[in-house]
Ligand binder design. Structure first.
Ligand code: PMV
Length: 332
């Protein structure tokens, strides 16, 4: 089954008529237990469940309206993109899933994280676009169904439909209708995320390509599903108990194991730069000095820190350029 069939099923009996311009917001998210490996590449269905934290004020605002002609017109952070731009092509391919005959979309999308902040914008971008399309067409879909649609744009986008901690369920169905994101009720106001930028350069290998390559060639991938399931259970227990040391240790280990899979692939892949290794060593040195801080790294060279609010001063001293986010600020 392909994405078009899923869309047809989810939108059966719903409006397909474009309405007035619509806008929506979605937060970026950081995986604590990573999504690494697809069981279905067309539907972005994961091999394992994953757990993320949404990054509060960092995310994407997207506005959708009908374009004056049949072509899509995409602007990113107030700059109009060429239709040949890969980002534009990815959006247009996603929009094709919903496009009434002859309709072009005018999409204005803007990220609140500085470009190159080391936080992926594809998750918040596809989530905000899906929410805006829901209003634009008047689908009136619930978040569960919207998370399925957002996943078709980018897997991790399904988790950006919610604030706070979010679980993306693996699901078992071949059509993926049970592979949805759900919010966890737990709030942890004291938790902070620090963004340490190692380089703003675009990554040489997409997460999509690297994921497929590791699943195919890394011998160690065989052990990953059980490992990820155990990490997820441990993280949920640590969150329930507000056990920061346990929480941080599991998230850090999960990320390092994911990068270990990349090293085990043939040929191997390595996203880290010298600055990445330096940041890892600095985090470990801080910890040896008694500062409660752990790290996680996505498919790129930049490092994200996890720490309680009380460690903020020590973190700023060690990483003067760090950007600190309070993911639960303002959440009830
Ligand atoms: O959704 P994608 O294709 O951008 O993949 C995301 C992969 C990681 O960021 C490394 C892990 C995750 O769970 O977000």
């Amino acid at each position: 089954m392909g994405p078009r069939a899923i869309v047809r099923q989810l939108l059966a009996g719903r409006s397909r008529e474009p309405g007035p311009p619509a806008a929506a917001w979605a937060p970026a998210n950081l995986a604590l237990c990573k999504y690494w490996g697809k069981r279905d590449a067309r539907l972005n269905l994961p091999v394992t469940a994953s757990l993320s934290i949404s990054l509060g004020p960092l995310g994407t605002n997207t506005e959708v309206r009908a374009a004056p002609d049949a072509r899509d017109d995409v602007s990113l952070n107030d700059r109009r993109l060429s239709p040949a731009d890969p980002f534009c092509q990815r959006l247009s391919a996603f929009l094709d899933l919903f496009r009434p005959r002859g309709l072009g979309f005018r999409i204005a999308t803007a990220n609140t994280m500085p470009t190159g902040a080391g936080v992926a914008s594809s998750a918040s971008g596809f989530a905000a676009l899906t929410l805006a399309l829901n209003d634009f067409f008047g689908w009136e879909l619930d978040r569960r169904r919207l998370s399925i649609l957002a996943r078709l744009g980018s897997g991790s986008a399904c988790r950006s439909l919610y604030d706070g901690f979010v679980l993306w369920r693996t699901g078992r169905r071949p059509d993926g209708l049970d592979s949805v994101a759900v919010p966890l009720a737990a709030r942890w106001p004291d938790l902070r995320v620090g963004l340490v930028l190692v380089t703003a350069a675009p990554k040489p290998v997409s997460s999509r390509a690297a994921m497929a390559h590791t699943v195919r060639t890394a011998v160690a991938y065989r052990a990953w599903p059980a490992r990820a399931a155990a990490d997820l259970r441990a993280l949920r227990r640590a969150i329930a108990a507000r056990d920061f040391a346990r929480f941080g240790a599991v998230a850090e280990s999960n990320a390092l194991a994911m990068h270990g899979l990349l090293l085990d692939a043939r040929p191997p892949a390595l996203y880290w730069q010298p600055g990445t290794v330096a940041a890892i060593r600095r985090v470990w040195a801080l910890r040896a000095d008694g500062v409660p801080v752990y790290l996680t790294i996505d498919a790129g060279p930049n490092v994200k820190l996890l720490f309680p609010a009380a460690a903020s001063r020590a973190i700023r001293r060690a990483f003067p350029a760090v950007q600190i986010v309070a993911p639960f600020a303002g959440l009830t």
